[in-house]
Write a protein that binds this ligand. Structure first.
Ligand SMILES: C[S@@+](CC[C@H](N)C(=O)[O-])C[C@H]1O[C@@H](n2cnc3c(N)ncnc32)[C@H](O)[C@@H]1O
Length: 405
């Protein structure tokens, strides 16, 4: 087991917008010493999975975003730091040699289409393109899956930054990239080993000293989970808020180098919560009730009303799936804040309470806590028009605990 001091210092391996506070997960997890099955159906960077595993539980995570899956898998790698650093050094050495023979015309990921090339040209200067392309090629040739995962995570860390990274953008880590540089402030060959160290030094399971099985991390949609019915003891998750973060907007700057095309990422995005209508078995009346609990829907125009409806449909499907996979007397913890659509205040948590009830999950407790400044999401531009009261309420998150019968 991981010691109490170590638990208090769980450090992320990669930036992730709207990461869940580990303390919420610690408080929620069973500490009886008995290992149980913990699921996060929208696991993001993997906070639930790391905390659950470190308490000896079997952790299962699903997400649709390939970068989220990569980060959460990297966080759980238990190889020795020295081995990972040696591999990184060899990769960099080979990349330096390879780059000498790479022309700028060839400095793209393999088999890239023209749309993805235009995207890369927009966000990366050509000198950095050449270095990134050489490192990416050498990472993809590494045989060990764990080593490749760590090296890709470090590669991505050089791109997904707040200010100075290897792209021409700022604010990529908040998923709000905007182009500010003509030449990127950081060179990949200079930054790579440092990025590797920052990943490797934060690996909680390094050396597998605790002998706890790795989390089972699956590519999967929370609205149709690839998880057996009645197999999970506890769900702990923080779903996306309505209209809050388009995770893939920033993540695509890294994903294109890992072989994902822009059209493929666009298709993935349409599967994210709140972006596509997914009809569940929930009746229209229940959907309407949840929508009314969530917002003053009369104030919304047709387009925005459609967004709210899509979100509620999606979350109703998520609740239905959580209820299906939970065992009897199971528990589900949802952490969510409020958001806005235009200047209409959206109480995401109220919708979740209605939808849970509709799926046989009874509310046991509802607590609020302030969201630390660095974990707050950056709301859309129209948020400026939101009043002071509304802004204050958006600085809180709600922790909802439900139980099955
Ligand atoms: C608030 S984040 C979760 C953060 C996570 N708790 C952490 O600590 O890093 C929400 C996550 O939901 C994921 N997501 C959105 N739509 C999804 C879907 N249909 N199925 C599974 N995951 C989805 C996003 O990719 C994102 O990683």
């Amino acid at each position: 087991m991981i010691s109490a001091t170590k638990k208090a210092h769980i450090r992320p391996v990669h930036p992730f917008p709207a990461r869940m506070a580990p303390s919420i997960v610690w408080d929620a997890l069973p500490k009886t010493g008995k290992s149980v099955n913990i699921l996060d159906p929208m696991s993001g960077s993997g906070t639930t999975l790391v905390c659950a595993r470190s308490l000896g539980h079997r952790a299962i995570g699903c997400d649709t975003d390939p970068l989220a899956l990569l980060i959460s898998r990297a966080w759980g790698v238990d190889d020795k730091p020295e081995t990972l650093k040696i591999r990184a050094g060899l990769v960099l050495e080979r990349a330096r040699i390879l780059s000498k023979s790479l022309t700028y015309e060839k400095s793209y990921p393999r088999n890239t289409d023209s749309e993805t090339i235009r995207f890369i040209d927009f966000w990366f200067d050509r000198a950095n393109r050449r270095e990134l392309s050489a490192i990416a090629t050498c990472i993809s040739k590494v045989r060990s899956q764990n080593e490749r995962t760590i090296l890709w995570c470090a590669f991505s860390r050089m791109i997904i930054t707040k200010t100075s990274g290897v792209s021409l953008a700022m604010d990529v880590s908040h998923s709000r990239p905007h182009k500010v540089y003509d030449v990127a402030p950081v060179k990949p060959f200079d930054a790579f080993l440092n990025a590797v160290s920052r990943v490797v030094n934060n690996l909680p399971f390094s050396g597998n000293v605790y002998n706890v099985a790795p989390a089972d991390i699956r590519h999967g949609d929370a609205r149709s989970l690839p998880v057996e019915s009645a197999s999970v003891d506890m769900v702990i998750t923080s779903p996306p808020y309505l209209n809050a973060i388009d995770y893939l907007r920033g993540h695509k700057l890294s994903l294109v180098w890992m072989g994902h095309s822009i059209s493929e990422i666009r298709a993935l995005r349409s599967g994210n919560i709140g972006t596509e209508v997914s009809k569940g078995s929930t009746s229209n009346e229940a959907i309407h009730k949840a929508m009314k609990a969530m917002a003053d829907i009369e104030l919304l125009d047709k387009r925005r009303l459609g967004m709210v409806k899509r979100y509620v449909y999606d979350m109703s499907k998520v609740m239905e799936e959580c209820a299906r996979v939970l065992k009897r007397k199971g528990c589900a913890v949802f952490v969510i804040g409020d958001s806005s659509v235009g200047d209409v205040f959206i109480k995401n948590s109220e919708a979740l309470i209605r939808l849970a009830d509709n799926n046989g999950l009874s509310l046991v407790s509802r607590n609020t806590r302030p969201i630390e400044r660095k974990r707050r999401y950056l709301p859309p531009p129209e948020y400026k028009s939101a009043g002071v009261k509304m802004q204050g309420r958006m600085r809180e998150e709600v922790i909802l605990e439900f139980r099955t019968d």
